[in-house]
Design a protein around this ligand. Sequence first.
Ligand SMILES: Nc1nc2c(ncn2[C@@H]2O[C@H](COP(=O)(O)OP(=O)(O)OP(=O)(O)O)[C@@H](O)[C@H]2O)c(=O)[nH]1
Ligand SMILES: [Mg+2]
Length: 685
Amino acid sequence: MKEHEMKNIRNLLFIGASGAGKTTLAEQIFYLTKASNRLGRIEEGNTTMDFDPEEIAKGMSLGLAIGYTNYLEHKINILDAPGCPDFIGDAIVALQAVENAVIVANAAGGYEVGLELALEQIEDRKTGIVIVVNRMDNEHSDYDKTLELIAENTDVKPVKIHIPIGKESAFEGVVDVIKRKAIKGGMETEVPSAMLDKMEEARMHLMEAVAETDEDLLNEYLENMELPEEKLIAGLKKGILSGEISPAFACSAGTGEGVLALLKGVINYLPSPAEANTIEVLSNNEKSSLICNPEGDLLGYIFKLYADPGMGDFAYVRMFSGALKSGMEFYIPEKDAKDKAGTMYYMLGKNRNDCTEIAAGDIGALLKLKNAKVMNSITSTASKLSLVPIELPTPTTWQTLKAVNQSDEDKIGTVLQRVIAEDPTIRYELNVETHENVLSGMGEQQLQLVLKKLKNRYKVDAILKEPRIPYKETITANSEANYKHKKQSGGRGQYADVYFRIKPTERGEGFKFINSIVGGVIPSNYIPAIEKGLWETMEKGIIAGYPVVDISVEVYYGSYHEVDSSEIAFKIASSMALKDGFKKAKPILLEPIHELIIIVPSEYMGDVMGDISTRRGKIMGMEQRGKKQYLTAQMPLAEMYAYYPALKSFTQGRGRFIQRFSHYEKVPEDITQKVIAAWQDQTNE
Ligand SMILES: Nc1nc2c(ncn2[C@@H]2O[C@H](COP(=O)(O)OP(=O)(O)OP(=O)(O)O)[C@@H](O)[C@H]2O)c(=O)[nH]1
Ligand SMILES: [Mg+2]
């Protein structure tokens, strides 16, 4: 089919603030281009893209959805990302799947947090940055102001391709500054005379922007103060492809005005997979570039999983090169495993149309893959190709997940894996120190959604609670200890006697066992039992129930009994001696300290710094980048569980951070006492 040739495809990802109208815009596009025969509405819960029951209930997108339409002999694939910052992972992963990142801004929304976040995601992007100012029919809509705010706050310099005719309830169409035509209700008409000056001004800006991308064009422009239309368009296309020009459009997804004009702009000016055909890849793990074409080496990318409770898991796939055909086996380099493409589909929200291949440049879905997961490459075994892995933001929110009913504990593992596989930023790990299953991600809403999906899709009730801190126990002084374990209870008795020297070691050294028994005062066959007794005691903890680290124990003397000594007796003696010696060696608790990079607009610096010190945090450095401050700090993990909501509240949602574990440090005395008391309460219960 002609429209599936690379040059006739446009791949668009809608990103931007929640409520900017991305899903509504997709809906309007499907309706106006007859991909769907009714216009769904968010309020009625019947849009094509927000089909998941949780999305319908909330009236907003919670996961990336895909759809497509055919218009003017082009196939337009639309990826609709959720704007809520908790679900940013979907957008980050999907950005790699498209030539065009379409920032949808609310014309009446100002410089919203979600808009800022979306713009941050495309900071380093080299191609296809498009601005659509939506909701032009809204009260207080302001096209120019919205574009100015973007230009002021970022390196993106929007260049108007369309300008709106009227605004608010009088918004009735757009003027195409290239064609010098008005488009109202999808029909071309003459430009209203009152707008001619504005149009010429915008046209001049556009021409300047295009001229600046190319020396020849610049010379020609400076000479004639005009560029011929075909050169203007060719230069514009090139500028968009290279990311130097960000075209701006105006529309109302609500009324539909400007939407078909936008689609024409998409077809006429935005890069197709045929133009953006050179991509960075790994070839044999070395960076190289690949020129994509339908006959080339197979290369695809899985950018989203959707776990349909009835159908199974859908993997949304972008093919870059070659053609994936139904029935084909393929290789997943990230997993070093094979998988097989069964039935494949072009998806329109939750609706599916069967297809037999997904060719280079196109987007579709595969069902029930065995091994492939999100961010995996689809290749042939021989090619040694894979996509360059992307980096996801680190978690900001942690919660322990527990099944409400004991009987669900076993089931929860498998269904939870399916649910969290949908969102690349969610991690689920067993903390071996606290024995808790910790779910981490980008925000409270995201983790709550996991609970809802578990309940509604799989009938599993689970709860979230604040995780325990993985403290560790250690000592700060040397001590000596002796324990003689002796029992005479008729028959064979028990006897073991050990002398220990206990010392702190360097932080991070773990545990050192030194055997300096001489002269066989303890026979060597009992030494392993002594060591085992130590390990078991250290794992369980001595003062507060947390693992013991960074100590050395030297067994230097002892005695035994020919008949009554046994391995078990030495294990007990060893354990008791350690407990005693440990308590005498000035024990302390250690807590994990994380390093954070906190990114906030400069005006909030004072508040953020003040808050860090109330959380036992230390500021290690700061750096101004553009209008933002990058603060490096250290903070105890115990204080970080509540940090993200606090940071958001005093930066009006604009602060964020990345973090990683740094080291263990001594817990202050007052907190240590509380932790010990809590453990004693618990063990006495
Ligand atoms: N008046 C008006 N309302 C709009 C327009 N576009 C969207 N809306 C409304 O704005 C609200 C949010 O629209 P959505 O399409 O869900 O916005 P979104 O960008 O997808 O939001 P998230 O999914 O949360 O990221 C809905 O109530 C829409 O009806 C528009 O152009 N004009
Ligand atoms: Mg949406």
